[in-house]
Design a protein around this ligand. Structure first.
Ligand code: OGA
Ligand code: MN
Length: 305
């Protein structure tokens, strides 16, 4: 039942309501090898490259609701009363059943109070120290040359980032936070969702001077292919901003989606980037943006596969 992402994209390309070059349904329509000239092939490749990430996502979303695709990454459906009643058997260490039900039903959830206050405050202070030590790089400068990120426009984001490794050298409180992500958080999510691959950890800062923001985007293409090791499956973001108030800006905006079939969650929502608040979402499902920040804004993100 599960398609590879490649076959989904090819299906999109062959449907005729798109701007993709048309692919013949029947192989006999294909010109024989020697009728192909290299110039023509190159032209077709160029056309494909001009399709932006957002356009490709739109076509994929029209093919199938990305939430339904990502729900097949769960070991079981958790949208029935009976499945919810089985929650005590899920053997979760830290997350509540509600968080996993929300993740399944809506593609995202927020949760507070997972990490103690002194760890959070210490992690914020250590993040500021890393910034002073020039550990951060402008993220857009990286994505311009990132072969994994061919469509991402370098002007889309103003954050500065540094990658963290839970097995590397880290200061005390950031290490505790990383241990939480790679320990109980990964444990609980992987009880419910097929996660076998690599996790990335990124500390990001939005500097306030020019209203730093990150445009609407998605963190991965929707796929339910259990063999895929490339696409991110779950995004978990921990905010590190004590004393945040609405005037500080930098809210995470989560875009509602409607697929025309009635099962919609059409309202846009925002998440305040409060100290200790975590947002968890299915990476291939949720379109999101960071609204302009007027204060320095730190967040630690894990992308799980
Ligand atoms: C990202 C991102 C959101 C946030 O880094 O991909 O969307 O709230 N971050 O920091
Ligand atoms: Mn993102």
């Amino acid at each position: 039942m599960s398609d590879t992402l490649e076959s989904r994209i090819l299906k999109v390309a062959s449907s005729n309501n798109t701007e993709f070059p048309e692919f013949p349904d029947d192989k006999s329509d294909l010109p024989s090898d020697y009728e192909y000239d290299a110039d023509q092939l190159e032209e077709e490749e160029e056309i494909v490259e001009e399709v932006s990430e957002n356009e490709l996502l739109k076509y994929l979303d029209n093919q199938e609701n990305p939430l339904h695709i990502a729900q097949r990454l769960f070991y079981k459906e958790i949208n029935t009363v009976a499945s919810q009643a089985s929650c005590p058997n899920w053997q979760l260490e830290k997350l509540s059943c509600r968080v996993l039900e929300d993740l399944y039903a809506h593609g995202w959830a927020t949760v507070d109070g997972l990490i103690d206050l002194s760890t959070l405050k210490g992690a914020r202070a250590e993040a500021e120290q890393l910034l002073k030590n020039d550990a951060f790089t402008r993220a857009s400068a990286l994505s311009e040359n990132d072969p994994d990120d061919p469509f991402r426009d370098g002007t889309a984001r103003d954050d500065w980032i540094t990658w963290l490794d839970p097995k590397g050298e880290n200061s005390k409180h950031l290490q505790e936070v990383l241990n939480f992500f790679s320990g109980p958080l990964h444990h609980d999510l992987s009880k419910m969702i097929r996660l076998q691959g690599r996790t990335e950890y990124q500390l990001a800062v939005y500097n306030p001077n020019m209203g730093a923001r990150y445009e609407r985007h998605r963190d991965a293409f929707p796929t339910d292919d259990p063999e895929d090791t490339h696409q991110r499956r779950v995004t978990a973001i921990l905010y590190l901003n004590p004393g945040w108030t609405p005037g500080h800006g930098g809210e995470l905006k989560i875009y509602g989606h409607s697929n025309g079939n009635g099962m919609t969650d059409a309202a846009d929502r925002t998440v305040d980037p409060l100290l200790g608040r975590m947002v968890i979402f299915l990476s291939g499902v949720v379109d999101h943006a960071v609204l302009p920040a007027n204060q320095q804004r730190f967040a630690l993100t894990a992308w799980m596969r």
